[in-house]
Design a protein around this ligand. Sequence first.
Ligand code: NAP
Length: 270
Amino acid sequence: MHNNTEHLASSAANQPLTHDDIRNFTMPDNSLEDKIILITGAGAGIGRVAALTYARYGATVLLLGRTSSKLEAVYDEIEGLGGKQPAILPMDLEHANYSEMQQLEGLIRKEFGRLDGILHNAGILGELTPLEMYDVDLFAKVMKINTTATFMLTQALLPLVKEAPNGSIVFTSSSVGTHPRAFWGAYALSKQAVEGMSDIFTQETEKTTNLRFNCINPGGTRTNMRAHAFPGEDPKSLKTPEDIMPGYVCLMSDDSIGVRGQVVALQPKV
Ligand code: NAP
């Protein structure tokens, strides 16, 4: 068993990174060497690029998502790039139950023996409409995928990730999670709850474990979700998922030890 006190003392002695440091992280080639990282929603958009990037910087990536064909394509890309052999974990977060998530914990423990990081990235937009008119079934679905399943998976995997010497759990928020905005409905509320979850987990664990929790707000990024939210926007005006990867790599790497309970906006408004 590792000595938690010693780890906490050494992270406190080093100055934690600022948000600017995280956004502008230089990503040494071995940033994620030997780390085992699970990414949800790894088949498309930001999650796909995060999986490829984590593999490129040395991690073994566990690809969780609801569309196996997309996960298989990412798997093939990683193998093609010479990355460590990934794993495919098909799971629909809308319908998955807690015991399936606990089984996943057992499977990862058996196959990999460790879990160093989780990037909670999967999410859906729902609809952009006044709360007064929001479809209640869709509301429940958005909350399930974006918030409740995120909580369930975190809790189910916690025993494993707490054992890692410097575990890192990264949630994904949004500008409307930090500042709720009219018409963003369940999506904004689900992301507010995710920010609160990261904060509460941080408060409940920071004195007893090395595990850290943080949120990323990627900012407007060129993906299908963004195109659905802003159909009139020129996608070329947006940063690509690749552009924002330094922040994603930083929060998973040991360089961010000591960074806890933060919401890091990767494209802050100036
Ligand atoms: P995206 O392109 O729509 O990708 C979303 C991913 O989540 C896909 O891989 C999707 O799988 C997966 N997913 C959706 N429902 C799922 C379910 N029930 N079970 C398992 N996986 C599921 O979105 P994105 O833009 O990359 O967004 C990634 C994250 O960043 C989200 O949390 C989003 O809220 C956040 N974000 C994005 C932006 C932006 O501008 N893009 C801004 C702020 C925050 P399938 O492909 O199989 O459907």
